[in-house]
Write a protein that binds this ligand. Sequence first.
Ligand SMILES: [Zn+2]
Ligand SMILES: [Zn+2]
Length: 339
Amino acid sequence: MKAVVLREFKTPLRLEEVEDVKGLGRDEVLLKIEMTGVCYRDILTVDGYFPKTRLPVILGHEICGRVVDVGEDVVEFKKGDRVASLTYIPCGECVECRRGEENICRRRLWFGEDINGSYAEYLKTSHRSLVRASEDLSSEAVAISACVTGMLIHALKTKGRLTQDERILITGATGGVGVHAIQIAKSYGADVIAVTGREQYIDRLYKLGADHVIVSRNGVYSNEVKSITEGVGVDIVLECVGLNLIESLKSVRWGGRIIQVGNIKPEPIPLMLGHFILKEVSLHGSLSCTRKELAEALELHRSGRVKPITIVLPLEQVEEAHRMIRERRHFGRIMLKVS
Ligand SMILES: [Zn+2]
Ligand SMILES: [Zn+2]
Protein backbone atom coordinates (compact mmCIF):
# COMPACT_ATOMS: atom_id res chain seq x y z
CA MET A 1 0.00 0.00 0.00
CA LYS A 2 0.98 3.63 -0.23
CA ALA A 3 1.87 5.51 2.97
CA VAL A 4 3.85 8.43 4.38
CA VAL A 5 6.44 7.07 6.80
CA LEU A 6 8.42 9.18 9.24
CA ARG A 7 11.75 7.37 9.42
CA GLU A 8 13.85 10.09 11.02
CA PHE A 9 12.88 13.31 12.76
CA LYS A 10 13.20 16.57 10.79
CA THR A 11 13.27 14.91 7.38
CA PRO A 12 11.01 15.72 4.40
CA LEU A 13 7.89 13.60 3.94
CA ARG A 14 6.97 11.67 0.82
CA LEU A 15 4.52 9.03 -0.25
CA GLU A 16 6.10 5.60 -0.65
CA GLU A 17 5.16 2.00 -1.24
CA VAL A 18 5.18 -0.02 1.98
CA GLU A 19 4.16 -3.53 2.99
CA ASP A 20 0.41 -4.16 3.28
CA VAL A 21 -1.14 -4.32 6.74
CA LYS A 22 -1.63 -7.92 7.77
CA GLY A 23 -2.47 -10.07 10.75
CA LEU A 24 -5.71 -8.73 12.23
CA GLY A 25 -6.09 -9.38 16.00
CA ARG A 26 -9.37 -10.55 17.56
CA ASP A 27 -10.51 -7.04 18.55
CA GLU A 28 -8.98 -5.24 15.59
CA VAL A 29 -10.53 -3.54 12.60
CA LEU A 30 -8.94 -2.82 9.23
CA LEU A 31 -9.90 0.51 7.67
CA LYS A 32 -9.51 1.85 4.17
CA ILE A 33 -8.74 5.53 4.67
CA GLU A 34 -10.77 8.15 2.77
CA MET A 35 -9.39 11.34 4.26
CA THR A 36 -6.93 12.38 6.96
CA GLY A 37 -6.41 15.74 8.60
CA VAL A 38 -3.06 17.44 9.09
CA CYS A 39 -2.62 18.57 12.66
CA TYR A 40 -0.03 20.90 14.17
CA ARG A 41 0.82 17.91 16.34
CA ASP A 42 2.05 16.15 13.18
CA ILE A 43 4.51 19.01 12.64
CA LEU A 44 5.74 18.66 16.23
CA THR A 45 6.06 14.89 15.72
CA VAL A 46 8.17 15.38 12.60
CA ASP A 47 10.33 17.87 14.51
CA GLY A 48 10.95 15.32 17.26
CA TYR A 49 9.07 17.05 20.07
CA PHE A 50 7.57 13.72 21.17
CA PRO A 51 10.69 11.70 21.92
CA LYS A 52 8.70 8.52 22.61
CA THR A 53 7.55 8.37 18.97
CA ARG A 54 8.29 4.87 17.70
CA LEU A 55 10.18 5.34 14.46
CA PRO A 56 9.62 4.39 11.74
CA VAL A 57 5.94 5.29 11.95
CA ILE A 58 3.17 6.20 9.50
CA LEU A 59 1.93 9.66 10.51
CA GLY A 60 -1.66 10.82 10.99
CA HIS A 61 -4.41 10.64 13.63
CA GLU A 62 -7.40 12.47 12.07
CA ILE A 63 -9.32 9.69 10.42
CA CYS A 64 -12.22 9.07 8.09
CA GLY A 65 -12.33 5.48 6.86
CA ARG A 66 -14.37 2.49 5.85
CA VAL A 67 -14.24 -0.93 7.48
CA VAL A 68 -12.80 -3.58 5.15
CA ASP A 69 -12.22 -6.38 7.65
CA VAL A 70 -12.88 -7.13 11.33
CA GLY A 71 -11.34 -9.50 13.90
CA GLU A 72 -13.44 -12.39 15.23
CA ASP A 73 -14.42 -10.63 18.50
CA VAL A 74 -15.67 -7.44 16.82
CA VAL A 75 -19.47 -7.31 16.84
CA GLU A 76 -20.15 -3.58 16.73
CA PHE A 77 -18.76 -3.01 13.23
CA LYS A 78 -18.92 -4.87 9.97
CA LYS A 79 -17.37 -4.65 6.53
CA GLY A 80 -18.64 -1.59 4.65
CA ASP A 81 -19.31 0.60 7.72
CA ARG A 82 -18.10 4.15 7.42
CA VAL A 83 -16.35 5.32 10.58
CA ALA A 84 -14.76 8.19 12.46
CA SER A 85 -11.98 7.34 14.87
CA LEU A 86 -10.50 8.66 18.08
CA THR A 87 -6.95 9.93 17.71
CA TYR A 88 -5.74 7.01 19.84
CA ILE A 89 -6.65 3.50 20.94
CA PRO A 90 -7.71 3.44 24.62
CA CYS A 91 -6.83 0.36 26.72
CA GLY A 92 -10.46 -0.01 27.78
CA GLU A 93 -9.54 -1.36 31.23
CA CYS A 94 -7.77 1.28 33.33
CA VAL A 95 -9.41 3.55 35.93
CA GLU A 96 -9.66 6.43 33.43
CA CYS A 97 -11.17 4.26 30.70
CA ARG A 98 -13.73 2.83 33.13
CA ARG A 99 -14.58 6.35 34.28
CA GLY A 100 -15.32 7.34 30.68
CA GLU A 101 -12.22 9.52 30.48
CA GLU A 102 -10.41 7.40 27.92
CA ASN A 103 -8.82 10.53 26.43
CA ILE A 104 -6.42 10.47 29.41
CA CYS A 105 -5.93 6.69 29.40
CA ARG A 106 -2.31 6.26 30.40
CA ARG A 107 -1.95 3.19 28.22
CA ARG A 108 -3.50 4.78 25.14
CA LEU A 109 -1.71 4.33 21.84
CA TRP A 110 -1.64 7.50 19.75
CA PHE A 111 -1.93 7.07 15.98
CA GLY A 112 1.08 8.39 14.10
CA GLU A 113 3.32 8.25 17.17
CA ASP A 114 2.91 5.05 19.21
CA ILE A 115 1.33 3.10 16.36
CA ASN A 116 0.93 3.58 12.61
CA GLY A 117 -1.52 6.30 11.60
CA SER A 118 -3.72 7.42 8.75
CA TYR A 119 -1.38 9.00 6.16
CA ALA A 120 -1.88 5.65 4.41
CA GLU A 121 -4.29 3.64 2.30
CA TYR A 122 -5.05 1.24 5.14
CA LEU A 123 -4.98 1.45 8.94
CA LYS A 124 -5.22 -1.25 11.57
CA THR A 125 -7.12 -0.06 14.63
CA SER A 126 -9.35 -1.25 17.47
CA HIS A 127 -13.14 -1.17 17.65
CA ARG A 128 -12.64 0.82 20.91
CA SER A 129 -11.60 3.86 18.83
CA LEU A 130 -14.44 3.86 16.34
CA VAL A 131 -17.83 5.51 15.95
CA ARG A 132 -20.08 4.86 12.96
CA ALA A 133 -20.41 7.88 10.63
CA SER A 134 -23.40 8.34 8.36
CA GLU A 135 -22.98 8.42 4.59
CA ASP A 136 -24.38 11.94 4.29
CA LEU A 137 -21.40 13.47 6.11
CA SER A 138 -18.48 14.68 4.02
CA SER A 139 -15.20 12.85 4.53
CA GLU A 140 -13.72 16.15 5.76
CA ALA A 141 -16.37 16.42 8.50
CA VAL A 142 -15.74 12.83 9.60
CA ALA A 143 -11.95 13.25 9.61
CA ILE A 144 -12.02 16.40 11.76
CA SER A 145 -14.68 15.09 14.13
CA ALA A 146 -12.22 13.75 16.74
CA CYS A 147 -9.19 16.03 16.84
CA VAL A 148 -11.06 19.23 16.01
CA THR A 149 -14.82 19.13 16.67
CA GLY A 150 -14.79 16.47 19.42
CA MET A 151 -11.73 18.04 21.00
CA LEU A 152 -13.55 21.40 21.05
CA ILE A 153 -16.67 19.85 22.59
CA HIS A 154 -14.40 18.41 25.29
CA ALA A 155 -12.61 21.74 25.77
CA LEU A 156 -15.58 24.12 25.63
CA LYS A 157 -18.40 22.06 27.10
CA THR A 158 -16.88 19.32 29.29
CA LYS A 159 -13.87 21.23 30.64
CA GLY A 160 -14.81 24.87 30.06
CA ARG A 161 -18.53 24.60 30.88
CA LEU A 162 -19.18 27.38 28.41
CA THR A 163 -22.73 28.67 28.80
CA GLN A 164 -25.02 30.80 26.70
CA ASP A 165 -24.21 34.51 26.66
CA GLU A 166 -20.73 34.04 28.06
CA ARG A 167 -17.92 35.82 26.28
CA ILE A 168 -15.12 33.76 24.83
CA LEU A 169 -11.78 34.78 23.36
CA ILE A 170 -10.36 32.42 20.73
CA THR A 171 -6.69 32.76 19.85
CA GLY A 172 -5.24 31.47 16.58
CA ALA A 173 -8.67 32.01 15.05
CA THR A 174 -7.74 31.33 11.41
CA GLY A 175 -6.14 27.94 12.14
CA GLY A 176 -7.77 24.53 11.79
CA VAL A 177 -8.96 24.59 15.39
CA GLY A 178 -9.85 28.29 15.55
CA VAL A 179 -12.25 28.38 12.58
CA HIS A 180 -14.26 25.50 14.04
CA ALA A 181 -14.06 26.82 17.61
CA ILE A 182 -15.82 30.01 16.47
CA GLN A 183 -18.70 27.99 15.00
CA ILE A 184 -19.01 25.66 18.00
CA ALA A 185 -18.89 28.51 20.54
CA LYS A 186 -21.62 30.29 18.53
CA SER A 187 -23.70 27.10 18.47
CA TYR A 188 -23.51 27.16 22.30
CA GLY A 189 -24.79 30.75 22.26
CA ALA A 190 -21.56 32.47 23.31
CA ASP A 191 -20.30 35.89 22.24
CA VAL A 192 -17.05 35.32 20.34
CA ILE A 193 -13.94 37.49 20.12
CA ALA A 194 -11.49 36.05 17.59
CA VAL A 195 -7.78 36.95 17.57
CA THR A 196 -5.63 36.59 14.50
CA GLY A 197 -2.34 37.95 13.23
CA ARG A 198 -3.62 37.92 9.65
CA GLU A 199 -5.59 40.94 8.57
CA GLN A 200 -6.62 39.47 5.19
CA TYR A 201 -8.98 37.02 6.92
CA ILE A 202 -11.04 39.47 9.00
CA ASP A 203 -14.12 39.13 6.74
CA ARG A 204 -13.97 35.35 6.73
CA LEU A 205 -13.84 35.26 10.53
CA TYR A 206 -16.92 37.49 10.75
CA LYS A 207 -18.68 35.24 8.23
CA LEU A 208 -17.98 32.23 10.46
CA GLY A 209 -19.83 34.00 13.26
CA ALA A 210 -17.21 35.97 15.20
CA ASP A 211 -18.80 38.96 16.95
CA HIS A 212 -15.48 40.80 17.18
CA VAL A 213 -12.17 40.27 15.42
CA ILE A 214 -8.89 41.57 16.84
CA VAL A 215 -5.88 41.73 14.54
CA SER A 216 -2.67 41.42 16.51
CA ARG A 217 0.67 41.04 14.79
CA ASN A 218 2.82 41.30 17.91
CA GLY A 219 0.89 38.84 20.10
CA VAL A 220 -0.62 41.62 22.23
CA TYR A 221 -4.41 41.78 22.39
CA SER A 222 -5.49 42.20 26.02
CA ASN A 223 -6.03 45.96 25.75
CA GLU A 224 -8.48 45.49 22.89
CA VAL A 225 -10.23 42.68 24.75
CA LYS A 226 -10.59 44.98 27.72
CA SER A 227 -12.13 47.76 25.63
CA ILE A 228 -14.59 45.36 23.92
CA THR A 229 -15.66 43.96 27.32
CA GLU A 230 -15.94 47.35 29.10
CA GLY A 231 -12.85 46.60 31.18
CA VAL A 232 -14.22 43.31 32.55
CA GLY A 233 -12.46 40.70 30.41
CA VAL A 234 -13.87 37.53 28.86
CA ASP A 235 -15.33 34.57 30.77
CA ILE A 236 -13.23 32.04 28.88
CA VAL A 237 -10.08 32.09 26.78
CA LEU A 238 -9.64 29.20 24.37
CA GLU A 239 -5.91 29.18 23.84
CA CYS A 240 -5.11 27.47 20.53
CA VAL A 241 -1.59 28.87 20.14
CA GLY A 242 0.22 28.70 23.45
CA LEU A 243 2.56 31.62 22.95
CA ASN A 244 0.66 34.20 24.96
CA LEU A 245 -0.58 32.82 28.22
CA ILE A 246 0.23 36.12 29.93
CA GLU A 247 -1.91 38.05 27.42
CA SER A 248 -4.69 35.52 27.96
CA LEU A 249 -4.38 35.95 31.71
CA LYS A 250 -4.74 39.71 31.23
CA SER A 251 -7.77 39.18 28.95
CA VAL A 252 -9.80 36.87 31.20
CA ARG A 253 -12.20 38.24 33.79
CA TRP A 254 -11.72 37.73 37.54
CA GLY A 255 -12.92 34.19 38.24
CA GLY A 256 -12.67 33.26 34.56
CA ARG A 257 -11.01 30.24 32.98
CA ILE A 258 -8.35 29.60 30.39
CA ILE A 259 -8.57 26.40 28.37
CA GLN A 260 -5.25 25.42 26.85
CA VAL A 261 -5.61 23.25 23.74
CA GLY A 262 -2.65 24.27 21.61
CA ASN A 263 1.05 24.82 22.10
CA ILE A 264 2.89 25.43 18.85
CA LYS A 265 6.20 26.11 20.61
CA PRO A 266 6.63 23.61 23.40
CA GLU A 267 9.02 25.57 25.58
CA PRO A 268 8.85 26.81 29.18
CA ILE A 269 7.27 30.24 29.75
CA PRO A 270 7.61 32.60 32.72
CA LEU A 271 4.42 32.97 34.76
CA MET A 272 3.31 34.93 37.79
CA LEU A 273 1.29 32.45 39.83
CA GLY A 274 -0.01 35.36 41.91
CA HIS A 275 -2.13 36.49 38.97
CA PHE A 276 -3.97 33.18 38.99
CA ILE A 277 -4.52 33.45 42.75
CA LEU A 278 -5.51 37.11 42.98
CA LYS A 279 -7.92 36.96 40.04
CA GLU A 280 -8.96 33.39 40.91
CA VAL A 281 -8.39 32.31 37.34
CA SER A 282 -8.33 28.61 36.52
CA LEU A 283 -6.20 27.04 33.83
CA HIS A 284 -7.44 23.81 32.28
CA GLY A 285 -5.40 21.57 30.04
CA SER A 286 -7.67 19.80 27.58
CA LEU A 287 -6.76 16.83 25.43
CA SER A 288 -8.61 15.31 22.50
CA CYS A 289 -12.01 13.73 23.20
CA THR A 290 -13.83 10.62 24.35
CA ARG A 291 -15.88 8.30 22.16
CA LYS A 292 -19.08 9.87 23.50
CA GLU A 293 -17.85 13.34 22.50
CA LEU A 294 -16.81 12.00 19.09
CA ALA A 295 -20.38 10.78 18.52
CA GLU A 296 -21.64 14.21 19.62
CA ALA A 297 -19.24 15.88 17.16
CA LEU A 298 -20.62 13.84 14.27
CA GLU A 299 -24.15 14.89 15.27
CA LEU A 300 -23.07 18.54 15.40
CA HIS A 301 -21.80 18.23 11.82
CA ARG A 302 -25.02 16.49 10.75
CA SER A 303 -27.05 19.35 12.22
CA GLY A 304 -25.23 21.72 9.87
CA ARG A 305 -24.33 24.07 12.72
CA VAL A 306 -20.62 23.38 12.27
CA LYS A 307 -19.24 23.24 8.76
CA PRO A 308 -15.78 21.94 7.94
CA ILE A 309 -13.50 24.73 6.74
CA THR A 310 -10.77 22.87 4.91
CA ILE A 311 -8.20 22.85 2.15
CA VAL A 312 -7.94 19.41 0.55
CA LEU A 313 -4.72 18.21 -1.07
CA PRO A 314 -3.91 14.72 -2.41
CA LEU A 315 -1.81 12.53 -0.08
CA GLU A 316 1.13 12.87 -2.50
CA GLN A 317 1.35 16.54 -1.55
CA VAL A 318 2.01 15.81 2.12
CA GLU A 319 5.23 17.84 2.25
CA GLU A 320 3.48 20.85 0.70
CA ALA A 321 0.64 20.47 3.25
CA HIS A 322 3.13 20.57 6.12
CA ARG A 323 4.94 23.52 4.57
CA MET A 324 1.68 25.48 4.28
CA ILE A 325 1.10 25.03 8.01
CA ARG A 326 4.68 25.88 8.96
CA GLU A 327 4.53 29.04 6.83
CA ARG A 328 1.00 29.83 8.08
CA ARG A 329 -0.37 30.05 4.53
CA HIS A 330 -3.64 28.28 5.32
CA PHE A 331 -7.12 29.18 6.58
CA GLY A 332 -8.85 26.26 8.31
CA ARG A 333 -7.82 22.60 8.40
CA ILE A 334 -5.54 21.16 5.73
CA MET A 335 -6.67 17.69 4.73
CA LEU A 336 -5.07 14.92 2.70
CA LYS A 337 -7.37 12.97 0.42
CA VAL A 338 -6.36 9.32 0.39
CA SER A 339 -9.05 7.57 -1.64
ZN1 LIG B 1 -4.93 16.38 15.43
ZN1 LIG C 1 -7.19 2.96 29.66
